[in-house]
Design a protein around this ligand. Sequence first.
Ligand code: IPM
Ligand code: MG
Length: 360
Amino acid sequence: MNKNIAVIKGDGIGPEIVTEAMKVLDKTAEKFGHSFAYEQLLMGGCSIDVNGVPLTDETIEKAKAADAVLMGSIGGNTSTSPWYKLPADKRPEAGLLKLRKSLGLFANLRPAVLYSQLRGACPLKEEISAKGFDMMIMRELTGGLYFGARKTEEVDGVMTAVDTLSYNENEIRRIAVRAFDIAMKRRKKVISVDKANVLDSSRLWRKIVNEVAESYPEVTVEHMLVDNCAMQLVKDPAQFDVILTENMFGDILSDEASMITGSIGMLASASLNETKFGLYEPSGGSAPDIAGQNKANPIATILSAAMMLRYSFDMDKEADAIENAVSAVLNEGYRTGDIMSEGMKLVSCSEMGTLIAERV
Ligand code: IPM
Ligand code: MG
C-alpha cells in the first residue's frame, strides 16, 4: 500500500523522536512491501519562528489531504521562551488545539500499559505493580474547557477570568460510542469518569453514557468521580480497562497513568475523527531541558506510529511487528535514561530507534 503521511516534528525533542519513528516506519514498509511518503509540516513554536503563527491554513489543508498525521511535540519552556510572551492565541499550544478542532479529532486514545520489563521503573509499591495493568484512556478532545468561551476582564475593579465548560449530548454520545466499541475489543469494561456531584456538564455526561451503554449489554459500565479516579489509579490500576472522560480530566489523568507505567516517554496516543483519519503523537511534551541531546525516549512516538498503522491504515500485523520489536528491545535490557535501572544498558534516542527498527 502507498500512504501519504504528514509529519509534524515540532519543537524540543519532537524532531529527534519523530526521526526515530520514521526510521521504524521505513523498516516496516520495506519488510511488508509498503511505501510511505512523508510531507513535513511546521506547527507550534517552529511555525511561529517562520510564519509568525503557530499553525497556518496551508498546514491545515496539507494535513487534511494526507492519509494520517504523525506528530512529535510542540512548545517550549513557558517561563523562558519568547513564544510565551505572545498573546495566548498565538502560542504554540494554540496551534495544536486549532489543528485538533480543524481536523475534527474528538476521540483521543491513550493506552497506558505496564510492560513487565519495566516493573522496576513503576513508582508504585511492588504489591501493586506486580499485578500489572493495561488500560485505554478515551479522552474527549474537541470540547469542554479547552474550547469554551474564555475571557479576562476587570469586573467592578477586580480582575476576573472566565473559562467555560460546555458539552452537548452529541459530543458526549460520539465519544461514548467509541469507548464502548473499543471496550468490546478489550475486557468489556468502561469506567466513565466525571464530577457529577458538582458539575451540570458531568450530570449530562453520565446520563448520555448510560443511554449509550444500553446498546452494549456485554459491556459493564461504572461511573467514578474524577478525584476518586486519581486515587484509584495509584491504588489499584489493574481495575481499569477503558476509562472514558472529558477533555480536561483526560489530560490530567493520562499524565498520571503514564507516570505509573514508568515514564511519560512510553505513552502513545491516537486522535481520531469520524473516519479512519487520525493524528498520532506521544502523550508527553517537548521536554525542552533535554532537547537536542539525543537523550529522549522515542518509544511513545514509535508506538504512536504503530497505532497509526493499526487505526488509520488497517495494517494490524505491521503494528504488531513494531510493538513486538519494542518489547524485544526492552527484554534485551536496552533503556533510555528515563527508564534506566541498574544492570540495564543505557542507549541514546537514535540508538533506541535503530535497535527497534532492526527487530521489526
Ligand atoms: C496533551 C497536552 C496538550 C493538552 C497541551 C500541549 C495543550 O498536554 O496533549 O495532553 O493539554 O491537550
Ligand atoms: Mg497533557
